[in-house]
Design a protein around this ligand. Structure first.
Ligand code: NG6
Ligand code: CA
Length: 499
């Protein structure tokens, strides 16, 4: 308990609330080593590098989980996803995972007078138990947890339904051609990648062999909705356009935009203008497309003259994966590039490659620029924004979100006292130590070739001189193992960690 009580608000005394616009650009599967400002040499990301150059670049910032749904859940609610069942990687027909009426970043900022919007990948379920009504009103969505506007990919680019949802409706749906979605039985009228590989322009390497949409077989089965189907090559252009319209429309009032890109998740099918440009195949080209996206948003903010009044955050939902299920030559064309940088593991992993992510904050005039090595978690954005905008949280709100506003703005180097990472099981960082709970499970996922961090023995690494988590010091430091095991147990047993 002693350690947990260190989690008190970072900001003391009376602070005047300011209301800058807030934009979170949330990449999908972008690795710690995928950006040139984080040391990549085989690929160049000039727009993001420029943003980092005028902002604050974190070296020890983390998403909460090594996959999408739980990280997004924690980011929006300020609660560890592993506290709640049903927060694993969501199917395309999952019902809403965040209960309507819950406190989220969007509800907090809305109370502070912001106009709130989400554009891009949702992956947090839609609709009541039983799932969304794709052909009617889609209830229990972003509009029910604090967002004023949404234009979303319901789940992921590789899961059906392959349509956009704007507010409560599928965009461009012809009522005469209703959508059917199934994640259990095949819908026999539609060809699958499994039975008709000759129809594919992009072949799966594992999984992804169900309904074919635009020559790409997906996870899940779908029929109908032909006029509403997205075109993969256009996704970045479409959602960037929607994000920009939202910014333009709300330029004169405080706004919050959660802009979650499809890049660089599979299937990696960027716009033709990026094809072949990275020399690393579609994965590298998708990084260039992501960099372009960030550049467009920053340019719009600059052109509107609101950069002094706008916080822009660029980060990712989890670490990198190279082969995530399609034969897109990502492995073959890697060309010596290391997507996780010097970190071990990646997406799906308890090693730091799973959750230590690029995290850049910019706010002209509002932050101390440079780099920060402070330990920071995306879960803290909610409480930090609450402080920034003068909102008070109830005890039950955002139970694991700490006010780290001063860390976020570069005014403090202190950071969190500890940080939990999650992929099936938990690991924890405290000071220089990183402890991974012992547990069963494959050490390497053969499909994606990921080192998971699973080990029946406890693992303890000293990140200060062993960032690559190679040298297990657990046997030599039983006292540290005991302390961190106990701390994880306390964190788990309590319903909240913010006091
Ligand atoms: C996995 C998919 C993977 C990806 C992941 C979710 C297979 C074989 N693999 O189950 O391709 O979709 O789920 O990624 O289907 S995430 O970034 O949205 O969490
Ligand atoms: Ca992801």
């Amino acid at each position: 308990m002693g350690i947990i009580s260190l989690a008190n608000s970072q900001t003391t005394g009376i602070q005047e609330a300011v209301k800058p616009n807030i934009i979170i650009i949330y990449a999908d599967d972008l690795g710690y080593g995928d950006l040139s400002c984080y040391g990549a040499t085989k690929i160049s990301t000039p727009n993001i590098d420029r943003l980092a150059g005028r902002g604050l670049r974190f070296t020890n910032a983390h998403c909460t989980s090594a996959t999408s749904t739980p990280s997004r859940y924690s980011l929006l609610t300020g609660e560890y996803a592993w506290r709640k069942s049903g927060t694993g990687i969501a199917t395309g027909d999952a019902p809403a995972i965040i209960t309507p009426g819950s406190t989220t970043i969007a509800t907090v900022l809305k109370k502070a007078g912001y106009t709130t919007g989400v554009v891009g990948k949702w992956h947090l379920g839609l609709g009541p138990a039983g799932g969304a009504d794709w052909n009617g009103e889609i209830t229990s969505g972003p509009l029910d947890i604090g967002f004023d506007y949404n234009f979303i990919i319901p789940a992921t680019g590789d899961r059906v339904p392959c349509v956009f949802v704007e507010n409560r409706k599928v965009v461009g749906l012809d009522p005469a051609d209703p959508i059917r979605v199934s994640f259990r039985e095949p819908i026999l009228t539609e060809p699958t990648g499994k039975d008709h590989p000759e129809l594919l322009k992009l072949h799966p390497s594992h999984g992804h062999d169900m309904t074919i949409i635009n020559g790409i077989s997906r996870i899940g089965y779908m029929s109908g909705g032909k006029s509403a189907l997205w075109v993969d090559e256009n996704i970045a252009d479409v959602i960037t356009g929607k994000a920009i319209s939202f910014i333009e429309k709300n330029r004169d009032r405080p706004f919050f935009l959660y802009f979650a890109t499809h890049d660089i998740h599979v299937p990696r099918v960027p716009a033709p203008r990026f094809t072949g440009k990275s020399g690393m195949g579609p994965r590298g080209d998708a990084i260039l497309e992501f960099d372009w996206t960030v550049g467009e948003i920053v340019k719009k903010i600059d052109d509107l003259g609101i950069s002094g009044n706008t916080i822009i955050i660029v980060t990712s939902d989890n670490g990198p994966v190279v082969d995530d299920g399609y034969q897109d030559m990502a492995v073959e064309l890697l060309n010596g590039h290391t997507p996780a940088g010097t970190l071990r593991g990646g997406k799906y992993s308890l090693f730091d490659g799973g959750t230590r992510v690029a995290f850049i904050v910019s706010w002209s005039g509002g932050i101390r620029t440079g780099t920060s090595d402070a330990l920071f978690s995306q879960i803290d954005l909610l409480a930090s924004f609450a402080t920034l905008t003068g909102q008070t949280l109830q005890d039950s709100d955002a139970p694991d979100s700490f006010d780290q506003l001063n860390t976020l703005l570069g005014k403090s180097k202190k950071g969190r006292p500890w940080l939990v990472e999650h992929s099936g099981r938990l690991s924890i960082i405290k000071g220089d130590w990183k402890f991974i709970e012992p547990g069963k499970g494959a050490k390497i996922l053969s499909d994606t070739n990921t080192e998971t961090g699973n080990d029946p023995a406890p693992q303890l690494y000293n990140l200060k001189n062993d960032l690559g988590e190679k040298n297990n010091l657990a046997e030599k430091n039983p006292g540290v193992v005991k302390d961190l095991t106990g701390l994880l147990q306390t964190i788990r047993n309590n319903e909240r960690t913010r006091y």
